[in-house]
Design a binder for this molecule. Structure first.
Ligand SMILES: NC(=O)C1=CN([C@@H]2O[C@H](COP(=O)(O)OP(=O)(O)OC[C@H]3O[C@@H](n4cnc5c(N)ncnc54)[C@H](OP(=O)(O)O)[C@@H]3O)[C@@H](O)[C@H]2O)C=CC1
Ligand SMILES: O=C([O-])CC(=O)C(=O)O
Length: 442
C-alpha cells in the first residue's frame, strides 16, 4: 500500500499519477487535505487500461481510462522502482546526495547492457550518490527494455532508486542531468555514409529538441551513436537553450585503445601511459597524438624510438581497432565502449590528476589550436570535477600532427555540410571524402 498526500492550497490543486500497476484507488478528502491511496496489482494491467487520476478539492472525479497513445508515450516507473522510499529515514542513506537523473537512449542495445549496471553500481558517481535511470527505447525495443529493467530490479543495487522506461524522448529526458545518447541505426550493407548521417542525424535532431524542452538547463550530454561527432553537432544545434559546451562526442574509447597500443609497444603496463590526446573525428581520420603523450612521464618518442611505427602502424591500429574487433567478435565493441563512457563521465565528475588530461569531442568555438570553429572535434581537456572542462593550452604541434589534424577537420566540415538541413543552416550538400570510414567499417 502506498499513500500520496497532497495539501491543497489555496483552493484547487491537481495530482496526476499513471502506473501500469495501479489496482484500486481510494480518495479521501478532509478540510484542505486530499489523500490518494492506491495499491499495486500483482500483475501489470495492460497498457491500454492504465488509469489516470486527476483530482481537485472542488471536484473529485472518478478514475478515467487513458487513451492508448497517451499511455504509450508516458515514461513510467518500472516494477519495484515504483515503490516509495525515504532516504532521510534510514541511517545509512541520510548523508547521501540528492538523486541524480541519468537518461540513456538505445537502452536496450548492447552498449547499454553493460553501461547501465556500471551506473547503478556507484562506479561512476560514487558510493553516496543515488541514481535514477531513465531509459529510452522504441516500439521495436520496448519488450527488450522491460527485460533490461527486470535485470536491474534483480541486481538489488542499493544506489539505484528509480528506473523508468519510455519511448518518448520528451517524457524520458525530463529533468535529465546526464543524457547518454547511444541509440542509433547501425550502418547496413550497401548504405551510403551520407544516408547514415541523414537517418541518425534525424534521431539526434529530435533528441536535441527534446533535451532543449525538458532536460535540466545544465544537462551534460554524451553522444555515442555514430557518426558521433556530427550527431553531437546536430544535437547541440537543436538545443539552443543548453550551453553548447555541455555536449560531448565519445572519443574516450579511442584514447583507451591508443594507450593500450603504446603500452604494448613500450613493454609497460597501460597505467604508465598518460597525456593521450585523440584529435578530431571518431572515424578513421582520428589522430592519436604520440607527440604529446607520455610513458612513465617521458615523451613517447623518447621511449619508443621506432618513429615510423608510431606514424604508420600505431596510428592505423588505433584508427581501425573497431573494425578488427568486429571481424573477430562479429559485432562492434560494447563492453569496452561502456567502460569508456564510464571513464568519460568520471573524468568530468572528478578532478583531472595534476599534469594529465583526457580526450573528448567538444564544440570548437574558442579553441586555441586554430581548428575550424563550429564543429565537434576531439581535443585535450581537463576538469575540476564539477562536470565542466577546459581545453589544455600547453600542446606541441609538428608538421605531421598539423597535417593529420587538418584531414580530420576537413572530414568533419564535409559531414557538417551534409547535415545542414538538420542544423538549421540551409540546404545540405554532401561531398564526403571517400577514403574515410567509421572505426568499425573495413
Ligand atoms: N563512439 C564510440 O566510441 C562508439 C560508438 N558506437 C556506436 O554506438 C551505437 C550503439 O551501439 P550498440 O549499443 O552496440 O548497438 P545496438 O544495435 O546493440 O543498439 C543500438 C540501439 O539503437 C537503437 N536504434 C535507434 N534507431 C534505430 C534504427 N533506426 N534502427 C535500428 N536501431 C535503432 C535501437 O534501440 P531502440 O529500438 O530502442 O531505439 C538499438 O537498441 C552505434 O551507433 C555504434 O556505431 C559503438 C562503439 C563505439
Ligand atoms: O563503427 C562502429 O560502430 C564501432 C565503433 O565506433 C568503434 O568500435 O569505435
Amino acid at each position: 500500500m502506498s499513500v500520496a498526500d497532497l495539501t491543497t492550497s489555496p483552493v484547487t490543486s491537481t495530482y496526476t499519477k499513471t502506473s501500469s500497476r495501479l489496482h484500486s484507488s481510494q480518495l479521501s478528502l478532509s478540510s484542505n487535505r486530499l489523500s490518494v491511496h492506491f495499491s499495486r496489482s500483482p500483475r501489470p494491467i495492460p497498457r491500454a487500461q492504465n488509469f489516470k487520476i486527476t483530482c481537485s478539492v472542488n471536484q473529485v472525479p472518478a478514475p478515467v481510462a487513458v487513451q492508448t497513445e497517451e499511455a504509450k508515450n508516458k515514461s513510467e516507473c518500472f516494477g519495484v522502482f515504483c515503490q516509495t522510499y525515504d532516504l532521510k529515514a534510514e541511517e545509512e542513506t541520510k548523508s547521501w546526495k540528492k538523486l541524480i537523473n541519468v537518461a540513456v537512449s538505445g537502452a536496450a542495445g548492447m552498449i547499454s547492457n553493460h553501461l547501465l549496471f556500471k551506473l547503478a553500481s556507484g562506479e561512476v558517481f560514487g558510493p553516496n550518490q543515488p541514481v535514477a535511470l531513465k531509459l529510452l527505447g522504441s516500439e521495436r525495443s520496448f519488450q527488450a527494455l522491460e527485460g533490461v529493467a527486470m535485470e536491474l530490479e534483480d541486481s538489488l543495487y542499493p544506489l539505484l532508486r528509480e528506473v523508468s522506461i519510455g519511448i518518448n524522448p520528451y517524457e524520458v529526458f525530463e529533468d535529465a542531468e546526464w543524457a547518454l545518447l547511444i541509440g542509433a541505426k547501425p550502418r547496413g550493407p550497401g548504405m551510403e555514409r551520407a544516408g547514415l548521417l541523414d537517418i541518425n542525424g534525424q534521431i539526434f535532431a529530435e533528441q536535441g529538441k527534446a533535451l532543449n524542452a525538458v532536460a535540466s538547463r545544465n544537462v551534460k550530454v554524451i553522444v555515442v551513436g555514430n557518426p558521433c561527432n556530427t550527431n553531437a553537432l546536430i544535437c547541440l544545434k537543436n538545443a539552443p537553450n543548453i550551453p553548447a559546451k555541455n555536449f560531448h562526442a565519445l572519443t574516450r574509447l579511442d584514447e583507451n585503445r591508443a594507450k593500450c597500443q603504446l603500452a604494448l609497444k613500450a613493454g609497460v603496463f597501460y597505467d604508465k601511459v598518460s597525456n593521450m590526446t585523440i584529435w578530431g573525428n571518431h572515424s578513421t581520420t582520428q589522430v592519436p597524438d604520440f607527440l604529446n603523450a607520455r610513458i612513465n612521464g617521458s615523451p613517447v618518442k623518447e621511449v619508443i624510438k621506432d618513429h615510423k611505427w608510431l606514424e604508420e602502424e600505431f596510428t592505423e591500429k588505433v584508427q581501425k581497432r573497431g573494425g578488427v574487433l568486429i571481424q573477430k567478435w562479429g559485432r562492434s565493441s560494447a563492453a569496452s565502449t561502456a567502460v569508456s563512457i564510464a571513464d568519460a563521465m568520471k573524468s568530468l565528475v572528478t578532478p583531472t590528476p595534476e599534469g594529465d588530461w583526457f580526450s573528448t569531442g567538444v564544440y570548437t568555438n574558442g579553441n586555441p589550436y586554430g581548428i575550424a570553429q563550429d564543429i565537434v572535434f576531439s581535443m585535450p581537456c581537463r576538469s575540476k570535477g564539477d562536470g565542466d572542462y577546459e581545453l589544455v593550452k600547453d600542446i606541441t604541434f609538428d608538421e605531421y600532427l598539423r597535417k593529420r589534424i587538418a584531414k580530420s577537420e576537413a572530414e568533419l566540415l564535409a559531414e557538417k555540410r551534409c547535415v545542414a538541413h538538420l542544423t538549421g543552416e540551409g540546404v545540405a550538400f554532401c561531398d564526403l571524402p571517400e577514403d574515410t570510414m567509421l572505426p568499425g567499417e573495413m
